[in-house]
Write a protein that binds this ligand. Structure first.
Ligand code: B1M
Length: 215
């Protein structure tokens, strides 16, 4: 995908031009080129940064926020099969979900695609995941790592609650915990007891790969 095509994709999303976005990603998907798909994801994520800024500054309202999210989700669904190469040898299991109170899933799903491509079996708990559901999945699947995504500052307090529950159930020491998402910082993540903060899906995948390999 050329810089021009990336710009076209970004502009189409910022114009809320769903047909234009899907046209570019469909063309990318037919090439089955992993690098091009990654660049398309980068363009979509870049556009969503601008959406967030427009929303924050009162230039755009909830309608636009919702619709841009829907377009991005449909675009990601087209790119997902390329990003999600399941032919790699297995690296173990990871359980992933978005914290309770938070419905954002685009970043989590990108991380899942990358982790799956790196050979992990991913148990996706979805969004708005309760403390009990996180703990139940950890007990059931005994993953190498638990991943928690969080984009809403008011929901971030749910993360230490999950970690505390794992401590109380005696399973905290048996797994690593990675957190990511726009509402979090490395400082907060480590303070609440996570083992790592991932600023992006690629870094997150590198971290869980290192854990899986015993580093
Ligand atoms: Co909302 N939203 N939203 N939103 N939304 C944000 C997050 C916000 C920053 C916008 C803003 O005001 N600037 C703001 C949160 C402010 C805050 O608390 N800090 C906000 C708000 C306020 C809200 C509502 C409250 C709006 C309202 O109703 N008044 C509401 C909340 C609903 C709820 O969750 N209870 C709401 C709703 C929505 C939509 C549903 C409309 C839609 C989500 C669609 C969806 O996800 N299916 C939406 C969208 C699209 C956004 C923005 C514009 C884009 C988010 C996104 O998908 N980014 C966002 C603005 C922003 O983020 N700057 C915003 C692209 C994505 C690829 O990035 O998720 O950061 P990200 O993921 C990255 C990394 O962070 C990392 O990897 C990804 C790829 O590299 N990563 C991980 C993420 N999770 C990871 C987990 C890992 C590892 C890496 O390990 C486990």
């Amino acid at each position: 995908m050329s810089a021009q095509e990336m710009e076209k994709l970004k502009e189409a999303l910022l114009d809320l031009n769903k047909a234009g976005v899907l046209e570019v990603v469909s063309a990318t998907a037919t090439t089955a080129d992993l690098q091009a798909a990654k660049l398309a994801v980068e363009a979509i994520a870049g556009a969503l940064q601008v959406v967030g800024k427009r929303f924050q500054e009162g230039e755009w309202f909830l309608d636009e926020l919702v619709y841009s999210g829907e377009i991005a989700k449909q675009a990601m669904e087209k790119l997902s099969p390329i990003l999600c190469d399941e032919t790699q040898p297995t690296q173990g299991c990871v359980v992933i979900g978005t914290v309770f109170g938070d419905l954002h899933d685009l970043g989590k799903d990108i991380f899942i695609n990358f982790a799956t491509s790196a050979g992990f079996k991913v148990i996706d708990l979805g969004v708005n995941v309760s403390v009990e559901a996180f703990t139940k999945a950890v007990l059931e699947h005994q993953p190498v790592a638990l991943g928690i995504s969080c984009l809403l500052t008011p929901a971030a307090g749910g993360i230490p609650q999950v970690i505390q529950d794992l401590v109380e159930k005696g399973v905290r020491e048996s797994l690593k915990i990675i957190v990511g998402g726009a509402a979090l910082t490395e400082k907060f993540s480590l303070e609440v007891g996570a083992d790592a903060f991932a600023p992006d899906a690629v870094t997150g995948t590198d971290i869980i790969r290192a854990w899986s390999e015993g580093q």
